[in-house]
Design a protein around this ligand. Structure first.
Ligand code: KG4
Ligand code: ZN
Length: 350
């Protein structure tokens, strides 16, 4: 018997089963085709196929991404089932990313998941992409306890989320323009480093001096963020430098811009933790893979005596393990999707 939920909210649902609950998760919101299997609460396979063809365009081309998902979906799902050593008839449910994301890619994932669940006669579970990023913190042990604050940072989102329960999340503050991942990508593109830019800036910043160059932070009221100003400041800085200077100082430039972006995130996050009095904090989303952000958050956690949770690297950038664990929890709440097709808006996430 499995139990889940907050008894005070009458959410406890018991599921009688004679085998560990086994769910296939599918992610296709952007340019990763991914599938994972969760069995009895443990991820037993996690397959991600990244679409490299977008690199030459400097960003994701939605139509090409949708077509690549069509090509990759069956091989990726087959690989995930094989790696988990299970037959499809052993699945109890299929979870998929309903949104937010690119419409074409989402349609491919949702159509596949629906057809697969329908043909197997098992429930379909619709998952919110950002909730899945947050719930990636529950994949490994130890797991966070509620309530906690999650700094959710990706290519499309920059949010401080108050997580009250698995599916009860409130956005306390967020970017009013670009996401921080977008800023990383744009800055890397201005430097001619390639796409996606976040991992490249992280890489080239190693050994650089984070104080070598001063870039202006933008201060927003409350718990909100803004990253468009720093992007423009960086573009103006780039115009004044020679290619020789940029090459010679690449590590220092990357370390400095990375440091200010991380400081903008963590200054606000610290303020939110102090104001809310919540001392359990977590990171989520693709930018959570940033080594400097991870290290700086750990340092802050020591100073403020926070309990800190950071997903393992494979669970930060888009993956299906996070979709599988979100679906695993939803299954136990009996929250199943119907067969209609609709995309989720960015809001609300709770
Ligand atoms: O969560 P994600 O894989 O996709 C979205 O939901 O958007 O996040 C992708 C973002 C990209 O902007 C990418 O540059 C950034 O995460 N990213 C990083 C790192 N790895 C991925 N940013 C900074 N440092 C990294 N190591
Ligand atoms: Zn994502």
């Amino acid at each position: 018997m499995l139990q889940l939920g907050d008894a005070s909210k009458n959410q406890v649902i018991s599921v009688q089963m004679n085998h560990p609950l086994t769910i296939l998760g599918i992610e296709s919101s952007c340019d990763e085709t991914a599938a994972a299997v969760i069995r009895g609460g443990k991820i037993v396979s996690n397959v991600v196929m990244s679409q490299l063809m977008h690199q030459k365009y400097g960003g994701v081309v939605p139509e090409l991404a949708a077509r690549a998902h069509e090509t990759n979906m069956i091989p990726v799902v087959t690989a995930a089932l094989e790696a988990a050593a299970i037959q499809k008839c052993a699945l109890d449910g299929v979870g998929f990313t309903q949104g937010p994301g690119l419409l074409g890619p989402l349609l491919v994932g949702s159509c596949f998941a629906k057809s697969f669940a329908f043909s197997l006669g098992i429930p379909l579970i619709a998952v919110h992409h950002i909730q899945a990023h947050v719930l990636a913190n529950f994949i490994d042990d130890p797991k966070p306890t509620f309530p906690f604050l999650c700094l959710t940072v990706s290519g499309g989102h920059t949010q401080i989320i108050l997580v009250q329960d698995y599916f009860s999340m409130e956005v306390l503050g967020e970017t009013q323009d670009d996401a921080v991942g977008e800023a990383f990508d744009k800055i890397a593109s201005l430097m001619g480093l390639g796409y996606p830019g976040g991992p490249l800036i992280d890489h080239y910043a190693q050994g650089g001096n984070p104080q070598a160059f001063a870039f202006p932070a933008t201060h927003m009221p409350g718990f909100d963020f803004s990253f468009s100003g720093i992007k423009t400041a960086f573009a103006l800085f780039m115009r004044k430098q020679t290619p020789e200077f940029l090459l010679a100082h690449r590590a220092d430039i990357c370390a400095s811009i990375q440091a200010i972006l991380v400081r903008m995130l963590l200054d606000k996050f610290t303020k939110a933790a102090q104001k809310s009095g919540i001392a359990t904090v977590a990171l989520a989303g693709g930018v959570a893979a940033n080594s400097y952000l991870r290290q700086q958050l750990k340092t802050l956690a020591q100073q403020h005596h926070w309990h800190i949770f950071i997903p393992a690297m494979p669970y930060c950038t888009d993956n299906a393990a996070m979709v599988a664990i979100a679906a695993y929890y939803k299954y136990q709440l009996n929250e199943f999707a119907d067969l209609s097709i609709k995309s989720l808006p960015r809001y609300p996430i709770g």
